[in-house]
Design a protein around this ligand. Structure first.
Ligand SMILES: Cc1ncc(COP(=O)(O)O)c(C=O)c1O
Length: 400
């Protein structure tokens, strides 16, 4: 008979993604007949564009259905490098690129290839859930750097610098940020790049939401002069082309790092799905107007969500500058048995059937994440319910 002690210790260093836990509970209630408004999903509500779908059908019809190189086909690596060059002016070549099974896979593998026990990894707060788990799984320590919600959660180089030690191995940059939608100033990112060069640490820039920017010019830290030996990029087609289920991501970085990841991938997933690779080539090299159309729609929703949240008494909501998440402070509703955003989210789901992700998942205690990658109709319904829920708690709090 096996006992729980038989599990490898490293598996206890990680936990199930809490964003998935909320979605699972919402799903359970929905199956029981509840009319759920779901703001928890971090994925576009748009369909994958037709030209991309057609490329996948063609791949199947042409029997492109076998193993490929474990790191992806050359044509796709070229398309990734070309797209990155067009969008940001970088000069990566295929040997500095690997195709992965989604962006999360690229991040996991990069962490396995670069960090180890004794290393410190700097993570700005609020952070995307997965970062701390993949750092822990690699045996390194997380060093969390707080940002200020009154400044819209932006990261400044001075905040990073304060936490750099001789053990600092890597700094994670995610701008636009999940969950806050913050976009870090280019000047600050340049200072962080210079710091990485001076102090000899890696930067991992997670460019998941790079194409969803509401103002300013697109910028990749990989263009900073002389940074190429200190930077790795994790990218994904999931959000940009509404392809979450296709599982295509990539990493760009020095060829030695890419070779290291390729070893790992060759013994774990092998190649990303051949058919999805063909679709990804079309996504990256074909017309880009679907991305602009999605961005325009997200902007409309962002404006609506922020305005609507600000109408709720006591709720503080900064304006996201990218991605598709709002991250309001809901502590005004911490009354009548609610003292954390986790309890807030649980009660909001149980009483009003609105699913949001509690801030604890992202390292803060007073916020919840609302994904506005859902229709205006759902946003209206859900925010009306949230308004009612918070207003009711405030009036009972005043009476208490
Ligand atoms: C910040 C961030 N990075 C990376 C990913 C990975 O996306 P995927 O694995 O679907 O490509 C996500 C997905 O939610 C994300 O929010």
């Amino acid at each position: 008979m096996h006992t729980l002690q038989d599990l490898a210790e490293r598996i206890s260093t990680i936990s199930v993604s809490s964003t998935m836990a909320v979605a699972a509970e919402a799903d359970r209630l929905r199956r029981g007949g509840a009319d759920i408004v779901d703001f928890s999903a971090g994925e576009p509500d748009f369909a994958t564009p037709d030209n991309i779908k057609r490329a996948a059908f063609d791949a199947i019809n042409q029997n492109f259905t076998k193993y490929t190189n474990s790191g992806g086909v050359l044509e796709l690596k070229q398309a990734i490098c070309e797209r990155h060059k067009k969008d940001y002016g970088t000069n990566y070549v295929p040997k500095e690129c690997i195709v992965t099974v989604g962006g999360k896979h690229a991040i996991f593998e990069l962490m396995q290839a670069l960090v180890e026990p004794g290393d410190e990894v700097i993570i700005p707060v609020p952070y995307w859930v997965t970062y701390k788990d993949v750092v822990n799984y690699a045996g390194a320590s997380c060093v969390f750097v707080d940002t200020d919600e009154n400044e819209g959660f932006v990261l400044r180089a001075s905040m990073v610098e304060k936490h750099v030690t001789p053990k600092t191995k890597l700094v994670i940059i995610n701008s636009p940020s999940n969950p806050s939608g913050a976009v870090f100033a280019r000047a600050e990112l340049e200072k962080i790049a210079q710091l990485a060069k001076d102090r000899g640490f890696w930067i991992m820039t997670d460019e998941c939401y790079h194409r969803f920017l509401y103002s300013g010019e697109p910028y990749s830290m990989a263009t900073y002069p002389g940074i190429k030996d200190n930077i790795v990029i994790a990218g994904t087609l999931s959000k940009t082309y509404a392809m979450t289920g296709w599982r295509i991501g990539f990493a760009l970085g020095p060829s030695q790092v890419i070779d290291g990841i390729n070893k790992l991938q060759s013994h774990s997933t092998s190649n990303p799905t051949s058919i999805a690779q063909k679709a990804a080539i079309e996504a990256l090299s074909g017309p880009q107007d679907s991305v602009d159309a999605m961005l325009a729609e997200y902007r409309k929703r962002r404006d609506f969500v922020v305005a609507r949240l600000r109408q709720i008494p006591g709720v503080k909501a900064h304006e996201p500058q990218g991605a598709f998440y709002a991250y309001p402070n809901v502590s005004a509703a911490f009354t009548g048995g609610i003292t954390t955003s986790l309890q807030f989210a649980e009660k909001l789901l149980a009483e009003e059937y609105v699913a949001v992700v509690p801030g604890e998942a992202f390292g803060t205690q007073q916020h919840v994440r609302i994904s506005y990658a859902t229709s205006m109709h759902e946003l209206e319904r859900g925010l009306d319910r949230m308004h009612k829920f918070i207003a009711a708690r405030q009036s009972c709090g005043r009476g208490a």
